[in-house]
Design a protein around this ligand. Structure first.
Ligand code: NAP
Length: 333
């Protein structure tokens, strides 16, 4: 596995998103997920991404089992700020988002949430601690100031922001170096291509594309909303509404054609394109299956031609918003 840098650490250029092991995409299978985590390290996939939100803490607890004997081999990232448990927050008056959570970026909440994450993960520190969504009721300087204290106390090695705007990143970076910005980016989600991604390059910040497989859509495995379980989160996403989904299949057709030329899987082409968008990009495809983990890791070996990159870059923007309207108000803040 080729490597790239986040802060001062070298990580496999393909990371592992762990959210779907506990949440959002079908039923969890902890036994298989633990096998995935163990195999990931053998493949050089050492950048693991979780959050306190995923399964309301269950995903961090799952990772604790895998981390026991290999903690020092893993670059471990978690996140705070999306709150399910209202007893933990001072923002009692906020209306919950469609997904059920509210956002809290107060210093008091930052201090509480890291201790809860460390205890669920059963580790002494995390390598990267992200604010999951920017809290527009708290100046970013205050939130990042509190996060910087966690670096001083050794609970956290480096700081990150998720779905932050250009202005927020600049202001945060002036308080304490920001090591990584994690936001949605893939063939069908280009929102940050022209502003945040170049800004990260300029400031020496890693950009961590989440949902780089378009939440599974770009792999060609989802042809209809009926391919998703009844409780699957994607049923709430406008992009997976039947009419939009049908239009978006045009993107998958192009990916599938290029994959055939490389004798590769569409997922590998989608990831190779993300990797081609800059040396500071370290995507974190999510999976709970060994087969997919191995395919995704092998995308590090796929090299696209300039012509293929240009063709993929020219695909039409996706039909439908990437989140339901209520959740869209929390991104690019
Ligand atoms: N910061 C944020 O706000 C935020 C938001 C969303 C996600 N994330 C992070 O980003 C990570 C990745 O994003 P994501 O999981 O939403 O989306 P993704 O990586 O674009 O896609 C995951 C989906 O693709 C499927 N898949 C993975 N590899 C495949 C392959 N080779 N062939 C066919 N299907 C494949 C998975 O199936 P299985 O589930 O069956 O394995 C899963 O349904 C998450 O795990 C999480 O850590 C962060």
């Amino acid at each position: 596995m080729k490597q790239r840098k986040i802060a001062n650490s070298l990580v496999g250029e393909i990371g592992l998103g762990c959210m779907g092991m506990s949440w959002a995409y079908g039923s969890p299978d902890d036994e298989e997920s633990l096998k995935v985590l163990s195999r990931a390290l053998e493949l050089g996939v050492n950048h693991w991404d979780t959050a306190d939100l995923y399964g309301a803490g269950e995903n961090e607890k799952l990772l604790s089992h895998a981390l026991k004997s290999v903690r020092d081999q893993v670059f471990l990232a978690t996140k705070f700020g999306n709150v399910y448990d209202r007893s933990l927050t001072s923002h009692q008056d906020l209306v919950a988002s469609q997904a059920g959570w509210i956002v809290d970026g107060t210093p008091e909440y930052v201090r509480k949430s890291i201790d809860l994450s460390l205890s669920r993960l059963q580790v002494d520190y995390v390598d990267l601690y992200y604010q999951h969504r920017v809290d527009d009721r708290v100046p970013i300087e205050e939130t990042v100031g509190a996060m910087a204290e966690l670096v001083k106390s050794g609970k956290v090695k480096a700081l990150g922001l998720s779905e932050a705007s250009v202005e927020t990143i600049r202001r945060a970076h002036a308080v304490h170096p920001i090591a990584a910005v994690q936001s949605e980016f893939s063939l069908w989600t280009r929102d940050y291509h022209d502003d945040v991604i170049p800004l990260c390059k300029e400031l020496g910040i890693a950009f961590v594309p989440y949902s780089p497989l378009g939440r599974g859509f770009l792999t060609g495995q989802i042809k209809s909303v009926n391919d998703l379980a009844d409780n699957d989160w994607r049923r709430m996403s406008p992009r997976f509404e039947e009419e939009n989904l049908r239009k978006n299949l045009q993107i998958v057709d192009i990916v599938t054609e290029i994959a055939a030329d490389h004798e590769a899987k569409p997922a590998q082409i989608a990831l190779a394109w993300v990797l081609s968008q800059g040396e500071h990009l370290t995507p974190i495809p999510g999976t709970k299956r060994l087969k997919y983990l191995e395919e995704n890791a092998a995308s590090s070996e796929v090299t696209l031609t300039e012509k293929e990159i240009a063709l993929l870059s020219s695909v039409v923007p996706a039909a439908g918003m990437r989140y339901p309207e209520g959740s869209m108000s929390f991104v690019n803040r």
